[in-house]
Design a protein around this ligand. Structure first.
Ligand SMILES: Cc1ncc(COP(=O)(O)O)c(C=O)c1O
Length: 426
């Protein structure tokens, strides 16, 4: 057995009684007060008749093998998760096949999806009256699925638009209901979040929609507006800050997120929906968009994105092993703090346009005062093995996405480069 590096225990076969089998995070909202560690569900291959072997240990990658990937999504994944997936790719826990080859209705995959759901519930302390769905179609599909499931065609709904993704959601909803734009940050180039007291919410609205973190503009809700609609329903696109910090799920009717930023590969879309909202989809709703059908079938109505769900499960397990979302949030705060400080202390050489109080912990957009140097910045930084720092094509400049899996060392290296670049070009 290799010496224990951080998280290397995840590479071992779970073995009751070892540290790898204990879970420091609560499974219930109050359990974190208890001292007894909770055990995550264990997964075993049901089909195998021979002894389960330890997965072969992949060689630890040398640091030079990997870049620091600041992409906005698909994005960097935790190295220990990738290594574990590598070690299990060919023969999952001795069952003689890969997760990619398993029946989605077999015992092995059932245990994988159940554990993924149970670990996600533990991480976010998801109340029992919420369904967790593992779907496909990206967060973009949810722009249509949300109104289709919650509204009739003539129903009013409220949208707050703080960036491009919220805008896309608002426009898509126009096909399925009567959305009202109650606040838009467009005229201020999406650098702000509104003050909630000023919002004119429609009490007849079926829901209030927000994008909790605008991936392109780097604007993040730090608190959430209280919905004033009769049902008290707040819907949030959390694609780019999902599982980056604790969230009180009970404040929301629906939370949805594409997995490919913080919790897995692209291809998985997670929907957390309050159960009393199920069962009212418009007649035209395709079965693939009907939350009730997926909830009734435990996300197995049709073939789900099995391998992606397995990968999400490994990420959830890793987040639990790290101590849960409070720990994760602290790490994210630290990373964001040193990057924003470097920008703010650059005497205008670098600038972040976003209002300080609502700057995203996940996506940090910045520009250079001398914009003609931006191409050179991107070229030079890539030579230092820091990639995908170009800003979104719609806004330009630079953007560093520093999701959960971006190590502090990656941000420190970027900050050191930024200071050096400034010293050479100021
Ligand atoms: C906040 C947000 N919402 C929605 C989307 C669209 O997600 P998808 O490409 O999975 O449909 C993205 C993609 O980057 C996003 O960042």
């Amino acid at each position: 057995m290799a010496a224990a590096a951080p998280h290397s225990l995840l590479l071992q076969k779970p073995n009751p009684g070892t540290a790898a089998f204990t879970n420091p995070l609560p499974l219930t909202p109050t359990a974190h007060l208890a001292t007894k560690p909770l055990r995550p569900l264990s997964i075993k291959c049901a089909a195998t008749t021979h002894q389960i072997q330890d997965p072969p240990h992949a060689a630890q990658p040398r640091p030079q093998d990997r870049v620091f990937n600041f992409a906005a999504g698909p994005a960097t994944l935790p190295e220990n998760v990738l290594l574990r997936a590598q070690s299990e790719l060919y023969n999952w826990r001795g069952c003689g096949m890969s997760v990619m080859e398993m029946s989605h209705r077999g015992k092995e995959f059932s245990s994988i999806i159940q554990k993924a759901e149970s670990d996600l519930r533990a991480l976010l302390e998801i109340p029992a009256d919420y369904a967790v769905l593992f779907l496909q179609g990206g967060a973009t599909s949810q722009f249509a699925a949300v109104p289709l499931n919650l509204c009739s065609p003539d129903d009013p709904v409220d949208y707050i638009v703080t960036g491009s993704w919220g805008d896309k959601a608002f426009k898509e909803a126009q096909k399925y209901c009567k959305p009202n734009l109650i606040w838009s940050g467009k005229s201020e180039k999406y650098t702000k979040i509104p003050s909630f007291g000023d919002l004119q919410q429609n009490p007849e609205a079926k829901y209030l929609h927000i994008c909790a973190n605008e991936t392109i503009h780097g604007v993040e809700f730090k608190d959430y507006p209280v919905p004033k609609n009769k049902g008290g329903i707040l819907v949030a696109d959390m694609s780019s800050n999902f599982c980056s910090k604790p969230v009180d799920v009970s404040k929301f009717g629906i939370i949805y997120a594409g997995a490919q930023k913080n919790v897995g590969p692209s291809g998985v879309t997670i929907v957390i929906v309050r159960k009393d909202l199920l069962g009212n989809a418009q007649g035209i709703t395709p079965v693939m968009f009907d939350y009730k059908i997926h909830a009734d079938n435990n996300s197995l109505y049709n073939t789900p994105p099995c391998y992606g769900i397995y990968m999400c499960g490994l990420v959830f397990e890793d987040l639990l092993e790290q101590g849960g979302l409070r720990e994760v949030e602290q790490k994210n705060q630290r990373k964001a703090e040193i990057l924003y400080r470097a920008i703010d202390e650059s005497k205008g050489f670098y600038r972040c346009p976003v209002e300080k109080s609502v700057r995203s912990l996940m996506n940090v957009p910045f520009t250079l005062e001398k914009s003609e140097l931006e191409a050179e910045f991107i070229k030079e930084v890539a030579k230092e093995k820091m990639v995908q720092l170009k800003g979104h094509r719609s806004v330009g400049g630079m953007r560093a996405s520093i999701y959960n899996a971006m190590p502090l060392a990656g941000v420190e290296k970027l900050v050191a480069f930024m200071k050096d670049f400034q010293a050479r070009n100021a």
